[in-house]
Design a protein around this ligand. Structure first.
Ligand SMILES: [Fe+2]
Ligand SMILES: [Fe+2]
Length: 162
């Protein structure tokens, strides 16, 4: 996908797509959300860039399939709002279960900042399925699961979406 990026604020770059930006703009300007730029996710990709990539791909897929694209894009933006560097989290905090625990942490953090719909909560809480055993309750949540894994793989291989 050829993407032209648009700078929203500071280090927040998103695809230059007015309809997408309008759907998620309040999240993009939220300082807690923006703080994800400080935390590396995979390779040289930050949690912030990872989340925007997953969200934008989810937006496109959901629109194509006639699913709830706005809620899905918003849930996807917040799916990894755990707010720490998971690479150093284990030695520093003794938490070896990041893969299992971070969806709940992300949901708690997201709830402090935004009024979340049931779908948005499902997306955040279930995005690690099937690593976490409870499956998603909605088609949109499966779309996020799928794009999260694709983006993670691409970023680990140093070939991020953008
Ligand atoms: Fe995650
Ligand atoms: Fe993720």
């Amino acid at each position: 996908m050829e993407l032209v990026l648009k700078r929203v604020v500071d280090e927040v770059f998103v695809p230059d797509d007015a309809e997408y930006v309008a759907a998620v703009e309040d999240i993009l300007y939220n300082e807690t959300f923006q703080s994800m730029k400080e935390f590396p996710q995979h390779g040289s990709t930050s949690c912030l860039a990872h989340s925007i990539a997953v969200s934008y791909l989810t937006w496109h897929t959901c629109k194509k399939l006639g699913l709830r694209a706005v809620e899905a894009a918003r849930g996807a933006l917040l799916h990894d709002l755990f707010l720490y560097d998971w690479h150093t989290h284990k030695p520093e905090k003794g938490d070896a279960m990041h893969g299992f625990t971070h969806p709940k942490t992300a949901l708690e953090n997201a709830k402090k900042e935004f009024d979340l719909t049931e779908l948005e909560q499902d997306i955040i809480l279930k995005h690690m399925w099937p690593l976490t055993p409870v499956p998603p309750s909605h088609k949109e949540s499966y779309v996020v699961c799928y794009h999260d894994k694709i983006c993670s793989l691409r970023e680990t291989m140093r070939r991020p979406l953008f």
